[in-house]
Design a protein around this ligand. Structure first.
Ligand SMILES: C[S@@+](CC[C@H](N)C(=O)[O-])C[C@H]1O[C@@H](n2cnc3c(N)ncnc32)[C@H](O)[C@@H]1O
Length: 280
């Protein structure tokens, strides 16, 4: 396990993923009944942007810092930034960046619950420390796909699963589809949000074909590309597959993504996409 998210925290991919996380959780607020948030690859929870890893890459400067520089962001992006500021109370500078568990925790209501899975021993310790004493949060030092199969459907029968693997191994896409399919069969009404890199188009096309052939329904494809002509073998964008997205989620994203792109890519390059891979 070589991947460490501390090098990438707050980059454009995190901003893309975490704004959607905020929007999806806000959609779950529509009902008073409790929901469960499950995070299969949770990471460390929070990241020190002044730390050696973040300073080495400086990726956050092209991500969250670009958004922060704007003073006219739409409501969802402002809510996302509020979650970021919540980790930096009273500070002018942005020192800590919240990973998906801290973003979700910021939006959790007293009746809701979160289940976090993380395989890296150091990050699992940090995660347990971050949420110690909060009975709504359950942290498991385990493989995210095994945990996924063990924890769905949650007792609340309502909620969201974030699947955000590091894509280190050559078979991550295949592993993902296989385990996602099993989880979906156990919980057909759950919302599943799956992040993936745009780097190797052949692999991504194969991933989409596998999803379309899987029998799963209501699959929304959401993508953000930073470059019109991406350099070979570089992360030029990223995507999310949302299974069972909330009502009108696609329309909300159609409006939001161009604004997000304009913040993240000041050169005016790039593109966004929101389309049904498999409709209802
Ligand atoms: C992309 S990062 C997650 C970032 C986090 N979801 C966020 O948005 O802040 C991927 C994480 O998965 C962890 N990981 C790698 N393989 C795993 C596995 N099989 N099960 C659970 N976690 C794993 C890595 O240690 C890393 O922390």
């Amino acid at each position: 396990m070589n991947y460490r998210h501390s090098y990438h925290a707050g980059n454009f991919a995190d901003v893309f993923k975490h704004t959607q996380l905020v929007l999806l959780l806000q959609c779950l607020y529509g009902k008073e009944s409790p929901f469960c948030y499950l995070d299969t690859h949770a990471g460390a929870g929070r990241y020190d942007l002044h730390g050696t890893s973040a300073q080495k890459t400086g990726e956050y400067l092209q991500g969250v810092m670009r958004l922060r520089a704007r003073d006219d962001v739409p409501a969802v992006l402002a809510d996302y930034l509020d979650a970021v500021y919540a980790l930096n109370p009273g500070a002018d500078d942005l020192r800590y960046y919240p990973g998906s568990p801290c973003i979700a925790h910021h939006l959790l209501r007293p009746q809701d619950r979160m289940v976090l899975m993380e395989m890296h021993p150091d990050d699992a310790v940090l995660l347990k420390r971050e949420f110690r004493g909060d009975k709504r949060v359950h942290v498991h030092h385990t493989d995210g796909y095994q945990g996924l199969k063990a924890f769905v459907p949650p007792i609340e029968k309502r909620g969201l699963v974030l699947i955000d693997p590091p894509f280190e191994g050559g078979n991550e896409f295949e592993c993902l589809v296989e385990n996602l399919h099993i989880a979906y069969q156990r919980w057909r009404t759950g919302i599943f949000a799956v992040w993936y890199p745009l780097k190797d188009d052949i692999r991504v096309q194969h991933f989409h074909r596998q999803l379309m052939a899987s029998g799963m329904r209501k699959l929304l494809r959401v993508e953000l590309c930073l470059h019109a002509r991406p350099p070979v073998n570089t992360l030029y964008g990223c995507g999310m597959i949302i299974i069972n997205p909330p009502w009108q989620y696609d329309q909300k994203l159609q409006a939001l993504l161009p604004q997000l792109l304009a913040s993240l890519q000041p050169d005016g390059e790039g593109s966004t996409r929101v389309e049904w891979l498999v409709p209802e």
